[in-house]
Design a protein around this ligand. Structure first.
Ligand SMILES: [Zn+2]
Length: 265
């Protein structure tokens, strides 16, 4: 079997285990069916997720020009606390920013090898947590917009990480329970005064089951360094494909790359 197209982040469905689909130019390839098979991945070009041109990806699937101009790649995507759409103030394109920012958001704790804090649009639950490779996740605040969630996150990240350590996430084979509810109680005091009203107590803890077993070692490669790669697919966690021998590729980190994918028996 052979496929080709532009990489977008994998689509996932929360099941036991989680089901993953590689998205190549909109064609969805069910990856769970390919475990144990040898895959050959060849980088053949680029297709910017915004303008569609064959220009090198700069960040997040965008070419350099689009990364600095598109409202879908603005600073508030990475730093929600900078949001200003609720004030009617534009960053790059107010109408787009209103759509992104003026909708319900959730501040959460997730366990990805460490307990971290993060922010997501409600529409991205539970996808956001699966993309990060979280084993557990717990909503701790519900807000009306992105700015409010960002302000809570900024206060909490003084006390715990807000980034996923991918190596720790892939090396983690935690079997027990992490008491995120207890963690939530302990950090409540760090909520800014004006934002206590968004605190949400007693929500269900989400638990995720990945089609993945921790390898003996973890090495990540990119298509920049290895434009052609062949390996036996063994599992998936977060947005990482896991290959026999401990090789990993971060699919989301290759959005906008155009590849050929060959599935050998
Ligand atoms: Zn572009």
């Amino acid at each position: 079997m052979q496929f080709q197209g532009q990489i977008l982040k994998m689509t996932s469905f929360d099941a036991q285990p989680i089901q993953y689909y590689l998205n190549l130019s909109g064609d969805l390839i069910h990856m769970n069916e390919l475990f144990g098979k040898e895959l050959r991945i060849k980088h053949t070009g680029f297709q910017c997720v915004n303008c569609g041109e064959n220009k090198p990806v700069y960040r997040m699937g965008f070419c350099k020009n689009c990364f600095f101009e598109s409202p879908y790649a603005s600073d508030t995507i990475i730093r929600p606390e900078l949001s200003t759409a609720h004030l009617g103030v534009a960053e790059r394109d107010l109408e787009v920013e209103k759509q992104i920012q003026l909708q319900p958001h959730t501040v959460y704790l997730a366990y990805t090898g460490d307990v971290k804090v993060g922010v997501t649009r409600n529409s991205q639950i539970p996808t956001r947590w699966i993309d990060q490779g979280a084993t557990f996740a717990l909503p701790i605040a519900r807000t009306e917009n992105r700015y409010e969630a960002g302000m809570i996150e900024v206060a909490l990240k003084q006390h715990l990480p807000d980034k996923t350590n991918w190596k720790k996430m892939l090396q983690d084979d935690f079997e027990g329970e992490v008491d995120l509810a207890d963690f939530q109680q302990k950090i409540r005091q760090y909520f800014p005064e004006d934002f206590q009203k968004f605190y949400s107590e007693g929500e269900n803890i989400w638990k995720f089951d990945y089609p993945f077993e921790k390898p003996a070692k973890v090495m990540s490669f990119t298509l920049d360094k290895k434009p052609e790669f062949t390996g036996k697919l063994t599992g998936i966690k977060g947005q990482y494909l896991s290959f026999a021998g401990g090789d990993f590729i971060n699919v989301r980190g290759h959005e906008g790359y155009v590849i050929e994918l060959e599935v050998k028996n």
